[in-house]
Ligand binder design. Structure first.
Ligand SMILES: Nc1ncnc2c1ncn2[C@@H]1O[C@H](COP(=O)(O)OP(=O)(O)O)[C@@H](O)[C@H]1O
Ligand SMILES: CC(=O)N[C@@H](CCC(=O)OP(=O)(O)O)C(=O)O
Length: 299
C-alpha cells in the first residue's frame, strides 16, 4: 500500500469539506425549487435532479418542489389538435385547454417527479394547488394599450389564475422533521367557487415561497440566467431593476413571469430568488453549496 493519497478521493473529500459553511447556512431552511418543463426532457438530467433533491434533504435543507410542464402540455394539445396561444408568457386557457393542463400537470408529470425522487431514496408526495385548498386564486387580468388611440383594453386569458392566498398548513405537516416528506406541487389553483385554474409555474412557486418565507427560491430554466442586451449573463439584480428590463424588452416571453415572480418574492420576505440553468447537471448543488453560485440572483 502506498502512502500517497488517492487524488480523486482527496478532491471529493475537499469539495465536501468546502461545502461545510453552506451546509450550515441552509440547515433547516426552506428552499422552493421551480422545476420547469424544459429541464425535464433529458432523462439523465431528471435523475440527477431527483438525486440532488434527496441529497438536499439529507443535508438538512427543506426542499419544496413546484413543477411546470409547458412543453408537455403543448405536445398533448397538439395531438388533440387544440390550438394554444401565449400572452406575456401566459397560456390563454379555455375549458378544453384547462382539461389538458390539469391532466398533464397533476397526472404524468407530477407522478414521474415523485417516482424519480422516491427511486433516489426520498419520500416525495405529489399534490396540486387544489389539495387542501392550498392555492386560492383569482382570475388573472392583463391589459394592453392601443398604440394609436392609447385606449387600454383588457386581455381575456380565460382560466389563468393569479394566486391570492397560499395556505401552507399541509406543507408544514408534510415537511415537519418527524416525517421528512418532500412536497411536489402541480401549479393548478382553485378559486372561491371551487373552479380550477391554470397558474404559471414560476408564479405558483413564488407565491408558495413567499407564504413559506423561504430562504431561497430557485427557478430552474433552459438558459444560463437573465441575459442583458448583449446576451451576457447578469449575475445580480435588485428587485427594483425588474420593471425596466421588461419595459425595455430585454426580458420577453417566459422570462417576464420569472422576473416578476423573483422580484415579488424577495419583496415578500424570500431571502433571494435565483434564475438558473436547469440544463446544467447539479445546478442546485452548484447554486447552494459552492462559492460561485450560478445564474442570476434577484435580491
Ligand atoms: N433577457 C432574457 N434572458 C434570458 N432568457 C430570456 C430573456 N428574455 C426572454 N428569454 C426567454 O425566456 C426563456 C425562459 O422562459 P420559459 O421558456 O418560460 O422557461 P421554462 O419553461 O424553464 O419556465 C428562455 O429560453 C429565453 O428564450
Ligand atoms: C398560465 C400558464 O401559462 N401556465 C403554464 C403552466 C405550466 C408551466 O408554467 O410550465 P413551464 O414552467 O414548463 O413553462 C402553461 O399552461 O404552460
Amino acid at each position: 500500500m502506498s502512502d500517497t493519497p488517492h487524488i480523486p478521493a482527496q478532491f471529493t473529500a475537499e469539495t465536501l469539506s468546502e461545502a461545510l459553511p453552506y451546509i450550515q447556512r441552509y440547515d433547516r431552511q426552506t428552499v422552493v425549487i421551480k422545476y420547469g418543463g424544459h429541464a425535464m426532457v433529458d432523462e439523465a438530467l431528471s435523475e440527477a435532479f431527483a438525486r440532488d433533491v434527496v441529497l438536499l434533504k439529507h443535508l438538512g435543507v427543506n426542499p419544496v418542489i413546484v413543477h411546470g410542464g409547458g412543453p408537455q402540455i403543448a405536445s398533448l394539445l397538439d395531438r388533440l389538435s387544440i390550438k394554444s396561444e401565449f400572452r406575456d408568457g401566459l397560456r390563454v386557457t379555455d375549458d378544453a385547454t384547462m382539461e389538458v393542463v390539469e391532466m398533464v400537470l397533476s397526472g404524468p408529470i407530477n407522478k414521474s417527479i415523485v417516482r424519480a425522487i422516491n427511486k433516489a431514496g426520498g419520500k416525495a408526495v405529489g399534490l396540486s394547488g387544489s389539495d387542501a385548498d392550498m392555492m386560492r386564486v383569482k382570475r388573472a387580468t392583463r391589459t394592453t394599450r392601443d398604440p394609436d388611440s392609447h385606449v387600454e383594453q383588457v386581455i381575456d386569458l380565460g382560466y389563468v389564475g393569479e394566486p391570492e392566498a397560499v395556505d401552507v398548513a399541509v406543507l408544514k405537516l408534510l415537511t415537519n422533521y418527524d416525517h421528512d416528506f418532500i412536497p411536489v406541487i402541480a401549479p393548478v389553483g382553485v378559486d372561491a367557487n371551487g373552479k380550477r385554474y391554470n397558474v404559471n409555474a414560476d408564479t405558483a412557486a413564488g407565491a408558495i415561497a413567499s407564504a413559506l418565507k423561504a430562504t431561497r427560491l430557485l427557478l430552474l430554466t433552459d438558459v444560463a440566467g437573465v441575459l442583458d442586451g448583449k446576451k451576457e449573463l447578469i449575475r445580480e439584480l435588485q428587485a427594483d431593476d425588474v420593471p425596466a428590463l421588461v419595459r425595455d424588452g430585454v426580458a420577453s416571453g417566459g422570462m417576464i413571469p420569472k422576473l416578476e415572480t423573483a422580484a415579488s418574492a424577495v419583496k415578500n420576505g424570500v431571502g433571494g430568488a435565483v434564475i438558473l440553468d436547469g440544463r446544467a447537471k447539479h445546478a442546485l448543488l452548484m447554486e447552494l453549496f459552492t462559492e460561485h453560485g450560478a445564474g442570476t440572483i434577484v435580491l
